[in-house]
Design a protein around this ligand. Structure first.
Ligand code: AMP
Ligand code: MG
Length: 357
């Protein structure tokens, strides 16, 4: 187990990762330590996936429920054969289009991994990250790297090294700081272990692109639920409240944006009249409608460009903590493209407080 001590914070240039530094970080991982590192999605908290004790350290540092399995990160499709005994042909088709990249594949096999990695399931989740620091680190470690997001469980995922330190300082050996994560939301988790491919978690690889390669892809019903009560979703992580800032977040979901804003404004007035400090999560198209009313407004990108919202999503949720608001009223967006991942995270962050307009 990782002893509480000072977490080292080392800056590394993603365009030219310092070889000696990456080697040192790789050795820490191989020998059972915990290293947070940048990926193209969010920052990951890595441990040697072949070392059950090291992986247990991830669960302790994050306070993560033990039945929520981890994603194993590898450096290329070539190394996958070492860890799952049968690589189905569809994996090569998906990998040639999407790897390295924000697509996690849930595959049969993977019995080399301890149940602490797979949550005791007979499948394993694997991906190749598209970030030079992550790839060099995995190569330097010489082992597959189990890595969830590097945040305290339940909190918004980290998109900078500062977010990692906010949550995990003193609990992990090292954070490699490669600047902000570009994409801002996690990978898409695609289950290809059954007859039909199913999205278990929407993320950086969008449905339309997957369907170009695979034909029709199902979306697990848990994706559009706020929290799954008492059920048994195919992705264990979907049962837990997640991505949540400290204040209660109420999500206003509807197609007619003017009606959504009107509902947010009415609710904001009600909370303010009750003496509550109100935070508003909005987009550049509608932000001015909240001007001069005394609310704490955060503009999370442009609604018409879901990529800009994905990039700012977690940082925006964390900023509400600093503003010390009592309630956050969040406008929803269309769940197309990356909007599907954004809406999934906002629904989960709301813990079920969704107003359908
Ligand atoms: P995180 O590590 O926090 O990015 O979350 C990883 C996600 O992948 C969680 O929602 C897990 O439940 C899911 N996951 C990991 N392994 C599996 C698996 N073998 N089957 C289904 N879902 C998985
Ligand atoms: Mg996570």
């Amino acid at each position: 187990m990782e002893k509480a001590r000072k977490t080292r914070h080392l800056v590394v240039d993603p365009r030219q990762p310092d070889v000696a530094l990456i080697k040192e970080a790789g050795a820490i991982l191989r020998e059972g330590g915990l290293v947070a590192f940048p990926t193209e999605t969010v920052y990951g908290l890595g441990a040697n996936a072949l070392d059950a004790r090291a992986v247990t350290g991830i669960f302790e540092a994050k306070g993560r429920p033990a039945d929520n399995p981890l994603i194993v990160h590898i450096d290329s499709l070539r190394t996958l054969g070492r860890y799952v005994y049968k690589v189905p042909p569809v994996v090569s088709r998906l990998a040639s289009r999407f790897w390295p990249g924000p697509l996690t594949l849930v595959l049969r096999g993977g019995h080399v991994f301890h149940p602490v990695v797979t949550g005791g399931l007979d499948t394993v989740a694997v991906r190749v990250p598209a970030h030079p620091v992550a790839l060099e680190l995995i190569r330097a470690a010489g082992v597959p790297v189990a890595a969830p997001s590097a945040n305290v469980s339940g909190r918004p995922s980290p998109t900078t090294a500062a977010h990692v330190l906010e949550d995990l300082s003193g609990k992990i050996a090292l954070v490699l700081d490669g600047g902000p994560s570009g994409l801002g939301v996690e990978s898409t988790v695609l289950d290809i272990s059954g007859d039909c491919p199913v999205i278990l978690r929407p993320g950086g690889t969008i449905l339309r692109d997957l369907e170009e390669v695979l034909g029709p892809v199902e979306v697990d019903p848990a994706v559009n639920a706020s929290a799954v009560d008492g059920g048994c979703p195919r992705s264990p992580g979907m049962k837990y409240a997640h991505y949540a800032p400290r204040a209660t977040l109420i999500l206003f979901d509807g197609h007619d944006q003017r009606r959504v804003v009107a509902a947010v404004l009415a609710e904001a007035r009600r909370f303010a009249a009750g003496g509550h400090k109100v935070g508003i999560f909005t987009y550049s198209e509608t932000a001015s409608l909240y001007d001069g009313k005394g609310y704490s407004v955060i503009v999370a990108g442009q609604r018409s460009e879901p990529g800009t919202v994905a990039a700012l999503l977690y940082e925006s949720l964390r900023r509400f903590d600093c503003l010390d608001v009592d309630v956050i009223l969040a406008e929803g967006m269309t769940p197309d493209g990356l909007g599907m991942a954004v809406m999934n995270r906002l629904r989960r962050a709301s813990g079920g407080h969704v107003v359908t307009i």
